[in-house]
Design a protein around this ligand. Sequence first.
Ligand code: ADE
Length: 224
Amino acid sequence: MRIDIITVLPELMTSPFEASIMKRAIEKNLVEVHFHNLRDYTELSYNQVDDYQFGGGAGMVLMIEPIDKCITKLKAERNYDEIIYMTPDGGTLNQRMANRISLKENIIILCGHYKGVDQRVRDTLITREISIGDYVLSGGELGAAVLCDTIIRLIPGVLNNETSALTDSFQDNLLAPPVYTRPSDYKGLKVPEILLSGNFPKIEKWREDEAMKRTEKLRPDLLE
Ligand code: ADE
């Protein structure tokens, strides 16, 4: 998979790709992540990429021209399955969406900023708009990093134990069951007996039951 990220603030989002699972995925060549600074695609003085909105109103708007130039250049080099715009107006990111996107070959992620982007970008260049939740971030960068994390970990081979992404919370619309590690007795707080039994079919059944119980209690909406 190849991910091209278009942003005015690459420095805000490179570090999540330099540690842990995302770093390892890049090192194993399971994913390529490229950052494109929008300011490299403007010919205006001071590398201007935003301007006041027509009709008046507070806040600057990212201009269509540098975004169009950047996307056009990328599209000339390869086909893209999705061109995603990070915005609080988008569909809320969930596991199903992440699963789908993780199967794509090439995607572009455009990070919004200030008051957003010129509507003509959204009307003509974007194929999907994604929000990471009903709150407003200062820009799309942190949202894009969240999106990348959730899709990259799903790419086969990225996690050591491939089944571990399949047993994450939200796969099958269930929360994950509780997990325990050593010691089996901490100041009288005991690990459920079944997990120490070595009876793996029974353990599996226990985990399924616990996942269902936890979902019914904490997130009944997932079962509707
Ligand atoms: N940009 C600003 N707020 C955002 C959000 N909630 N999700 C994605 N991108 C955003």
